[in-house]
Design a protein around this ligand. Structure first.
Ligand SMILES: [Zn+2]
Ligand SMILES: [Zn+2]
Length: 264
């Protein structure tokens, strides 16, 4: 298992789409290997009620979230307590943060700052569901990225997955806007191996590196078999022209206090 990478993105049983990954397994891995990583479950799966775990992916997302605010706070608190109890070795605790179409984050107020790693992700876009024109889809994409940036995300997870998996073309202009935004707002862009978009990832990484923006490495593990496999990241970084000696200085690492807390 390669340990020079920090895996910013893994899931546990707190995500409805996780398969055999569990906090218990991560604890074993953290105890027995030098691999550093963050557990980053989906905020929408934690915040929506158990019988509506996919409620965020519907047109009732905002209303359902509003109705389950109190329960969401309890569930997020339980998530943070459980993951902190499991934390050891190189394990950090984070979240994969969702944002509602109106720009509000799917997370209770005041708790985001207690986490080590905040990934922002675009998982649901009403304009896509309703097959709106490309300019409306792009506008919604920008709005969600800006909202996540305002809330201090460290890394934009799989930046173009939702668009590309819905056969929406990612224009050079949108790619450039995203990289520019990352530079201005100070977030990193993830190379995500769970669903691979080689051509776009390579273009994004090249553009980011040219502008001094670090790339983040994420396996987005939903299955244990994905954990620790950095072959895709290595391929992208090499093709982008980075030698192994350059990886450490060009890749995103979590803020120092979080790492020190984990080490202690
Ligand atoms: Zn995601
Ligand atoms: Zn994920």
């Amino acid at each position: 298992m390669e340990s020079e990478f920090f895996d910013c993105h893994t899931h546990s049983e707190f995500s409805a789409c996780a398969e055999d990954v569990t906090l218990q397994k991560y604890t074993e891995i953290a105890r027995t290997t030098p691999q550093a990583f963050a557990v980053t479950d989906h905020s929408a799966h934690i915040c929506y009620p158990p019988d509506k775990r996919w409620g965020f992916w519907t047109d009732d997302a905002a209303e359902l979230f509003e109705r389950s605010r109190e329960q969401a706070r309890q569930c997020v608190t339980q998530y943070i307590e459980a993951t902190r109890r499991a934390q050891c070795g190189g394990m950090l605790i984070g979240i994969e943060l969702d944002v509602l179409p109106d720009g509000r984050i799917v997370f209770p107020e005041g708790l985001l700052g207690t986490l080590d790693v905040v990934l922002g992700a675009i998982h649901s876009m009403p304009t896509l569901r309703h097959e709106r024109p490309l300019e409306e889809i792009e506008a919604e994409f920008r709005l969600q990225v800006e909202a996540l940036a305002r809330h201090g995300m460290h890394v934009l997870a799989h930046p173009f997955r939702l668009l590309l998996s819905n056969q929406v073309p990612v224009t050079d202009e949108l790619l450039e806007w995203t990289v520019r935004m990352a530079g201005q707002a100070g977030f990193s862009l993830e190379i995500n191996s769970h669903q691979q978009f080689h051509e776009y990832d390579l273009r994004m990484v090249r553009m980011a590196l040219e502008r001094g923006i670090p790339a983040a490495v994420g396996t987005d593990s939903h299955r244990l078999a994905e954990f620790g496999d950095f072959s895709y990241h290595v391929a992208i970084l090499r093709e982008a022209g980075l030698t192994e000696q350059q990886w450490q200085s060009h890749l995103w690492r979590p803020p120092r206090p979080a790492r020190e807390a984990a080490a202690g």
